[in-house]
Design a protein around this ligand. Structure first.
Ligand SMILES: [Zn+2]
Length: 380
């Protein structure tokens, strides 16, 4: 093989031109691999890993941090998952805000901002999604990965031609094998996605989680947007919570978990554990097919002229206008849902209460911006 010195200048240039795009693309892909640095609140008790609940996850890209906050008084147990679908950034950012502001007086709270950690390491092919969003804070900007709906195919290869949940006759496209919210209750030594699902179910079971949230977003044209999805064990709380939230001015509606559509968090958590599961949806125009230019700014502001036009023509499943639906509004909605449901749960289980707070109210959060309440490496 010739050394660079022996090659013709034109061949060297051609080689460099061939290598450069590969190097640039590789650098771009690799930039999305490292997890974000978090700044947990002073109330943090410990950080566990999902692999503590399924050792088969240890050392894999599916392992992720579980932030645990224990109050001074014993009580009930709560789980909040963000990042089941890493495209649905308001779920992740709600969990991040909780990790960095939470204070727990009674009971125990588990927060997992990146439920599918592998899904945060890539973006959806062909969607022009941003790799990151940027949130300004008083001490400088923080960058959060805008990932994909599915586990990274580099981490879980060879999708089946079609995917079928073991307990369901329903046939889905093969890539759904990498969708965390289709493979519950998972399998201890299964695919990477199934191992993550198994670990989450084990966390709920072993920690006797009383109330469990799975936070999502959906395209503004989908009927599921602004829904609380609740299976049977949660139906003693969900209708009243929905009404309370509506009276407080939030556009929520209630959906029941299907008994036939298997593999979803709310369905399988209810069947496999003793928790009350809730899945909540906000709206994110980046996920929708009517959107205009797809940018990180759109993910944060939720402001899109195409969607404003669609709303004027009655094509959307939610109120929407030219002011958009900012990340702060979507995070506030998730927090309002969590607070209302935990409040009603406390009324049902006075001996196993969960008393917590610390996060900003919806008004200040929307006025001041999310970054004002996030931690940073520099004290402000
Ligand atoms: Zn989702």
């Amino acid at each position: 093989m010739k050394s660079l010195r022996q090659m013709q200048p034109a061949a060297v240039v051609a080689l460099l031109l061939a290598v450069l795009p590969v190097w640039l693309a590789t650098s771009s892909f690799r930039a999305q691999l490292p997890p974000e640095i978090m700044f947990p609140s002073a109330a943090l008790t410990r950080i566990q890993r999902l692999s503590d609940f399924n050792p088969a996850l240890a050392g894999t890209p599916g392992d992720t941090d579980v932030y645990v906050f224990e109050g001074a008084e014993p009580g009930g147990s709560l789980l909040v998952l963000g990042g089941t679908h890493a495209t649905e950034i308001a779920g992740t950012m709600t969990a991040v805000l909780l990790v960095e502001t939470l204070d727990v007086q009674t009971g125990k709270v588990f927060v997992v901002p990146r439920a599918n950690a592998s899904a945060a390491t890539h973006t959806m092919p062909g969607e022009a999604h941003p790799q990151f969003i940027t949130i300004p804070t008083p001490a400088g900007s923080r960058r959060f990965r805008y990932g994909a709906r599915y586990t990274n195919p580099v981490h879980q290869r060879r999708d089946p031609v079609v995917f079928r949940h073991p307990a369901s006759p329903r046939i889905l496209q093969g890539c759904e094998a990498r969708n965390l919210n289709r493979v519950y209750p998972g399998a201890q030594d299964g695919t990477l996605t199934e191992r993550v699902a198994w670990a989450i179910v084990e966390l709920i079971r072993l920690e006797r989680v009383d109330v469990a949230f799975d936070l999502h977003e959906a395209p503004p044209e989908r009927n599921l947007v602004n829904a609380i999805v609740a299976p049977e064990p949660s139906q003693d709380i969900a209708p009243q919570a929905t009404i309370m939230l509506q009276l407080a001015g939030w556009d929520f509606h209630l959906e029941s978990s299907s008994a036939e559509f298997r593999g979803l968090s709310h369905r399988e958590w209810a069947d496999a554990t003793a928790t009350r599961p809730f899945l909540m949806e906000t709206a994110n125009p980046v996920q929708g097919h009517l959107r205009g230019r797809t940018t990180a700014r759109l993910a944060v502001t939720g402001r899109d002229d195409q969607y404003a036009t669609a709303a004027r023509r009655g094509l959307l499943a939610m109120p929407y206008d030219s002011t958009g639906i900012a990340l702060e509004t979507r995070v506030s909605r998730h927090l309002a849902g969590i607070a209302a449901i935990v409040d009603l749960y406390n009324g049902k289980a006075p001996s196993a209460r969960i008393d917590m707070g610390g996060w900003p109210d919806a008004g200040p959060l929307q006025d001041n911006g999310l970054g004002r309440y996030l931690g940073s490496a520099v004290d402000d």
